[in-house]
Design a protein around this ligand. Structure first.
Ligand code: AP5
Length: 242
């Protein structure tokens, strides 16, 4: 898992502007697996003027969630692409319990499961500052922050419609009511891990990388223990059989 030749299927959880996109991209670059962001896909659909994009536009601008069946279909189609064979990082999906259950079901159909759900924790006042001062370069998709990660002069910046203070407040409320219940869901599956999102992007990255290394090591030892048990069983079977 997460090692050379391994496979990592990860969900990044966290409130709006907690750093999922920033960390997801760093991880994707390091691990060579795609970041799959439903927010990016919906914005691309909106910019392309597709039916889905037209429908999602008003919902996103109002700080509400797009209907489950639409985003589930988007993710199902995206995860069928060959670049996810060695894993993926889901950013902004799932966001509701029905989405989380649908994700489990679609992975199970493919004989897969999630390795971890990592939640980036950040206090509300920092979330507000990070969202309202965020800017994105339309040409590269690179995310900047006017205070913490200023863009170069060459960047062609856009300010997301839903990053206005009033809308961010609504998105934070939607997170509390619709998405926060996913934390006990993944806790119950024993794959939830929390990461402190305060500090520079590099600090947060280092925490996430450490966590993934620990998960890989734990999985390695579990596999080694299982292999040990299998071998012992075979030896015993051989001895019993004379
Ligand atoms: P989406 O695009 O997913 O937005 P979000 O979850 O609200 O998350 P953000 O993109 O706002 O923030 P982020 O956590 O990625 O933070 P970032 O790294 O950019 O969704 C938008 C909308 O689409 C939703 O409201 C909904 O309508 C719809 N939608 C999407 N998915 C859906 C789904 N599954 N179901 C239904 N509807 C869905 O960082 C934020 C800022 O902080 C940046 O400026 C960055 O440079 C800066 N920053 C990051 N890390 C640090 C750091 N460590 N220190 C200082 N600054 C930092």
């Amino acid at each position: 898992m997460g090692q050379a030749g391994g496979c990592l299927r990860l969900v990044l959880l966290g409130a709006p502007a907690s750093g999922k996109g920033t960390q997801g991209q760093r991880l994707a670059d390091t691990l060579g697996i795609p970041k799959v962001s439903t927010g990016d896909m919906l914005r691309a659909a909106r910019d392309a003027g597709t039916e889905l994009g037209k429908l999602a536009d008003g919902i996103m601008a109002a700080g509400k969630l797009v209907p489950d069946d639409l985003v589930i279909r988007l993710v199902d189609e995206r995860l069928a692409l060959p670049d996810t064979a060695r894993g993926f990082i889901l950013d902004g999906f799932p966001r509701t319990l029905p989405q989380a259950e649908a994700l489990d079901a679609l992975l199970e159909r493919r004989g897969m499961s999630l390795d971890a759900a990592i939640c980036i924790d950040l206090p509300r006042e920092l979330l507000m500052e990070r969202a309202t001062l965020r800017r994105t370069d339309v040409r590269t998709g690179q995310i900047y922050h006017l205070k913490y990660n200023p863009p170069p002069d060459s960047a062609e910046l856009v300010h997301r419609d839903d990053d206005k203070e009033e809308t961010v407040r609504k998105r934070l409320d939607a997170y509390d009511t619709m998405t926060a219940p996913l934390l006990p869901y993944y806790q119950g599956k024993n794959i939830l891990r929390h990461v402190d999102g305060v500090g520079s992007p590099a600090d947060v990255s280092a925490r996430i990388t450490r966590l993934i290394a620990e998960l890989s090591a734990a999985e390695g030892s579990a596999a080694a223990r299982q292999a040990g048990r299998d071998t012992a069983q075979k030896v015993k079977g051989g001895a019993d059989g004379g």
